[in-house]
Ligand binder design. Structure first.
Ligand code: NDP
Length: 281
C-alpha cells in the first residue's frame, strides 16, 4: 500500500550506504506484507552517528539496521544490549522501545540460518573460520550456539584471533594465517569471514587439496556473489554457500523487530537481490 502519515518507519544507517541491498529487500517485504511502512537509507559520518540516531528515534523511527563503520558505536549509545551483541561486541540492529534504544546482533543468526536454509546443519561439525573482525565474531558466536564440535580460527593478526577466542570461544584452536590450508584437513565447514574477495580487495587464496571432499565452503562476502574463494572451492568439487543468504537471513529478525510480524515468503528475495547486484556490475 502507499504509505500514509501514520506509516511505521525504519531504516539502515552507515557510510557508505548507497550500495546497501537492505532498502530493496525490506521494501519488498513491506509491500508483500501490505504494511503501512517505509524503510529508508541514512548516511552518517562517525561524528554524526549518535546525534542522527537520537534524532531519528525521537522523531518516531521504530528501528535501524546498522552497517559499517558504526556497529561498535551502536553499542555505546544503547540503553539495553542483548547478551549476544555484548559478546560479539557489535550491533547491527537498534530498536526504540519505550524511549530506550535496544541493541542486538542478528548477523550470527543470519549466518547459521543461511547454512541451514542451504541444507547444512553445523551441529557436531568441525569449523574453520578465517578472520577475526566483526563478521567473524558474529559467525563464531553463531557456530558455537549451533553446537559445533570443534573450532579453528586463522587470522592474519594473531592478537585479534586471541582476543576473539578469549571473548567468545575459549576452546577454539588458533592457527597462523599460513596454516589455513593445513587446517582444512579436519574442517567440515570453512568460512571466509575476512574482507578478502570483496570486489575492491585481493582474493583469499586457498589450496583446497587437503580439504575433506564433504566440506562445506561458505563466504560472508556477497559482492561479488562468487568470490575467488568460492569459485576455486567449487572447481575443487566442494559444496559452496555464498554470502547473500547471510544478508537475507539477518534481515528477517530485523523485519520482525521493526514491524511485529515475520517477513513474507511471497517474493523470491534472493533472485531479486541477485538481479539488483547484476545491474550494478
Ligand atoms: P573487519 O574490518 O572487522 O575485519 C576484516 C577481516 O579481514 C580481519 O580478520 C582482517 O584481518 C581480515 N583481512 C583484511 N585484509 C586482509 C588481508 N590482506 N589478508 C588477510 N586478512 C585480511 O570487517 P568485517 O568483519 O566487518 O567484515 C568482513 C566481511 O564480512 C566483509 O567482506 C563484509 O562484507 C562481510 N559481511 C557480510 C555480511 C552478510 O550479511 N553477508 C554481514 C557482515 C559482514 P586482521 O585482523 O589481520 O586485520
Amino acid at each position: 500500500m502507499t504509505p500514509t502519515g501514520s506509516a511505521l518507519t525504519a531504516g539502515v544507517i552507515g557510510q557508505p550506504i548507497g550500495h546497501s541491498l537492505s532498502p530493496l529487500m525490506m521494501s519488498r517485504w513491506i509491500q508483500d506484507a501490505g504494511l503501512d511502512a517505509i524503510y529508508t537509507p541514512y548516511i552518517a559520518t562517525p561524528h554524526m552517528f549518535a546525534p542522527i540516531v537520537s534524532a531519528l528515534f525521537r522523531a518516531g523511527l521504530k528501528g535501524l539496521n546498522v552497517t559499517l563503520p558504526h556497529k561498535t558505536e551502536a553499542l555505546r549509545l544503547s540503553h539495553r544490549i542483548s547478551d549476544r551483541a555484548e559478546r560479539i561486541g557489535a550491533a547491527n540492529l537498534l530498536t526504540s522501545i519505550d524511549g530506550e534504544v535496544h541493541a542486538d546482533n542478528t548477523d550470527a543468526i543470519g549466518f547459521i540460518s543461511a547454512l541451514r536454509t542451504s541444507g547444512h546443519d553445523p551441529a557436531a561439525k568441525n569449523a574453520l573460520v578465517l578472520g577475526a573482525g566483526g563478521a567473524a565474531r558474529a559467525i563464531v558466536d553463531g557456530l558455537i550456539e549451533a553446537g559445533v564440535s570443534g573450532l579453528t580460527i586463522c587470522n592474519r593478526s594473531r592478537a585479534r584471533a586471541e582476543s576473539m577466542r578469549a571473548d567468545l570461544a575459549p576452546n577454539a584452536h588458533i592457527g597462523t594465517w599460513d596454516e589455513r590450508n593445513d587446517a582444512l584437513l579436519e574442517a567440515d565447514i570453512v568460512v571466509n569471514a575476512t574482507s578478502l574477495g570483496l570486489s575492491d580487495q585481493p582474493e583469499l587464496g586457498m589450496d583446497w587439496s587437503q580439504a575433506k571432499s564433504s566440506a562445506i565452503i561458505a563466504d560472508s562476502v556477497y559482492v561479488p556473489l562468487e568470490t575467488g574463494f568460492l569459485r576455486t572451492a567449487s572447481e575443487a568439487g566442494l559444496t559452496t554457500v555464498d554470502g547473500l543468504g547471510m544478508l537475507i537471513e539477518q534481515g528477517r529478525p530485523s523485519f520482525t523487530a521493526f514491524f511485529g510480524q515475520e517477513a513474507p515468503e511471497t517474493t523470491d528475495i534472493r533472485s531479486l537481490l541477485i538481479q539488483a547486484l547484476a545491474t550494478r556490475s
